[in-house]
Design a protein around this ligand. Structure first.
Ligand code: 13P
Ligand code: ZN
Length: 243
């Protein structure tokens, strides 16, 4: 069954735990994610990211997501992740995603608000939940550096855009960490939680360490995004001919 993410994230917020968000890129990855969720009898958030368009296009991702998501024995959120093209996000919202992220976190505050508000209006009219990002979660393998989320900006952004959840930058980044686990700023997270009423989301979850992720959930994170660890594990298994 495919569901919206709004109630799930509110539930996580009220009970101080986090749901996993797994990116999928082919039928093996989506089937493995659903099999794991069914084994645990827990809901799961499955996501296609715009930056994975060269591996799998949006139409193919929707076809896989709708097919496997609707016959899953657990609730599945079909999420569009890191949508940087507002027209593509709107198209995805109209064509089967149950939740979307509009990511204009590389723009200035006003531009991020303007585009996010526009996409949110359309998505809400279709009954979808919307995630956006303020501050910026960067990438370990490029010059795309993280920019910490400012509490006041996050508070104003949530109010101005009416989004349902907010991705915040508190020390994680996308991809493989060069050394150890990331230094998460839990003081900032606590401050964000006290000032922002909507559920908070953590990107760059791979290899962040169980202790960090457990504490993040206890301190207000309601969803943890994971991609790199899944992709690397699949690659390793394929190389060793385990799949
Ligand atoms: P990782 O690839 O670091 O797990 O990050 C995933 C992510 O944030 C997807 O949006
Ligand atoms: Zn991300």
């Amino acid at each position: 069954m495919i569901i919206n993410s709004k109630d799930l994230l509110k539930q996580a917020q009220n009970h101080a735990f986090a749901f996993p968000h797994f990116n999928f890129w082919d039928s093996n990855s989506i089937r493995a994610d659903i099999a794991a969720a069914e084994k645990l009898q827990l809901p799961v958030i499955l996501a296609w990211a715009q930056k994975h368009s060269s591996e799998i296009g949006i139409e193919d991702a929707l076809m896989l997501g709708k097919f496997y998501g609707s016959k899953a024995k657990v609730p599945v959120v079909l999420h569009l992740d890191h949508g940087t093209d507002p027209e593509l996000v709107k198209w995805g919202a109209k064509n089967g995603f149950s939740s979307v992220m509009i990511d204009e976190s590389d723009k200035d505050f006003d531009e991020n608000v303007r585009i996010t508000k526009d996409v949110t209006k359309l998505a809400h009219s279709l009954g979808l939940s919307v995630e956006a990002e303020i501050g910026h979660v960067g990438d370990n393998n490029s010059e795309d550096h993280s920019k910490y989320t400012e509490v006041d900006a996050a508070k104003r952004f949530a109010k101005l855009t009416s989004v349902d959840s907010l991705a915040v930058s508190i020390g994680t980044s996308h991809g493989v960490y060069k050394a150890g686990t990331p230094q998460i700023n839990f003081d900032r997270l606590q401050d964000l939680k006290s000032n922002v009423k909507i559920p908070l989301v953590l990107h760059g979850g791979s290899s962040s360490g169980d202790a960090n992720l457990t504490k993040a959930a206890e301190f207000g994170i309601t969803k943890v995004n994971i991609y790199t660890d899944l992709a690397n594990t699949s690659l390793k298994a394929a190389t060793e001919k385990k799949i």
